[in-house]
Design a protein around this ligand. Structure first.
Ligand code: PMP
Length: 360
């Protein structure tokens, strides 16, 4: 068996150690004679796994006590609706920053529930930067400010945490949660689909400040009410138990790597060397403003797009998988999440140099 280098944007690479542990205990979880997948979510065994995962995530992100951590289903896309349903709290307007395709989807969904004020948009430069703080035209009466910390498709990452002028700040952190240290207390709510830096698809993590709970829009389905999930320890109904367990293994793995600070340094180094290789080449290009280049998702183009398919085929022959850019933008994209080892990036860089020598 050959494990290949996986640059997928998501579902994405998982740490090999985690997959091996899951494999080892798949049929018999810790001497119980059952798979963790076969256990009741209310069993002592599973509750212990679930609570440990939450404790580890709290430790990794230094989540203050007054925040709830929820383990939900529905993907980040469900949060596009859950956020306005829960956080409008009687207000008719919300502020959104538009930095790309995922921001736009969040905005489109929020428009079903309130007036959306787009406080800044980088659409005019084809989403190749993030706006600066003084470009944000905040409304006086917005219930919250929403932004996407890292645009997975465009490869645009904020290099600062916006100041929401006293309103709750809401972040879609799907593609850069746990990639580097962040100050959770700057946020009212953080959400992330698991399938990039947390675990398998099917689990969505929400971190929300207590005081924002309990005032939903009339007609909100109970399954879309954060308070219901918070009060029930995310076990109002059957949670995605296997994803939650696997996320717990990933959190333990991350702690063994030295935590978010340590992996953040590795992530910066991995991304910096790939961008340097792109900038130093004669045939590769990345259009994003340097300060906003994502450390997680690195899109790049070839000078001659007729070579795209050749590049992808030869990359696969070199065991470098899933480098095709998003279908909406084309080109290439290398996602460098926590579980993508530095050797994978080194292998990609030497492949790219070799490809340029042969085809450039
Ligand atoms: N937001 C961002 C930033 C994403 O990258 C994605 C998925 N790629 C989503 C939201 C949607 O997530 P899901 O597929 O879990 O609904």
């Amino acid at each position: 068996m050959t494990r290949k280098f996986n640059f997928s944007a998501g579902p994405a690479a998982l740490p090999e150690e985690v997959l091996l542990q899951a494999q080892q205990e798949l049929l018999d979880w810790q001497g119980t004679g059952l798979s963790i997948m076969e256990m009741s979510h209310r069993s002592d065994e599973f509750v212990a796994v679930a609570e440990q995962a939450e404790r580890d995530l709290r430790e990794l992100m230094q989540i203050p006590e007054q925040y709830q951590v929820l383990f939900l289903q529905g993907g980040a896309s469900s949060q596009f609706a859950m956020v306005p349903m829960n956080l409008l709290r009687g207000n008719g307007r919300a502020d959104y920053i538009n930095t790309g395709i995922w921001s736009k989807k969040a905005i489109a969904e929020a428009k079903h529930y309130c007036d959306v004020n787009v406080v800044a948009s980088t659409e005019s430069n084809n989403f190749t930067s993030a706006p600066s703080q003084n470009e944000l035209r905040l409304s006086d009466d917005a219930a919250y400010l929403h932004y996407t910390t890292n645009e997975t498709i465009g490869g645009v990452e904020f290099d600062y945490i916006p100041d929401a002028a006293g309103r709750p700040l809401v972040a879609d952190m799907s593609s850069d949660i746990l990639a580097k240290p962040i100050k959770v207390d700057r946020f009212g709510l953080i959400y992330a689909g698991a399938q990039k830096n947390i675990g398998p698809a099917g689990l969505t993590v929400v971190i929300v400040r207590d005081d924002l709970l309990g005032n939903t829009l009339p007609g909100t389905p109970s399954m879309y009410d954060y308070k219901l999930h918070a009060d029930a320890g995310s076990m109002n109904n059957t949670p995605p138990t296997f994803g939650w367990y696997l996320a717990g293994l990933v959190f333990q793995w991350l702690k063994n790597q030295g935590g978010v600070e340590a992996i953040g340094q590795v992530n910066h180094r991995k991304a910096a060397k790939l961008y340097a290789a792109i900038d130093g080449s004669g045939i590769y290009a990345n259009p994003v403003a340097k300060a906003n280049r994502s450390i997680m998702n690195v899109p790049f183009t070839l000078a001659d797009s007729r070579l795209d398919q050749v590049f992808l085929r030869e990359a696969e022959e070199a065991n470098l998988m899933n480098l095709q850019g998003h279908r909406s933008v084309g080109g290439m994209r290398a996602s460098l999440y926590n579980a993508v080892p530095e050797q994978a990036v080194d292998a990609l860089i030497s492949f790219m140099a070799d490809f340029e020598r042969r085809h450039g």
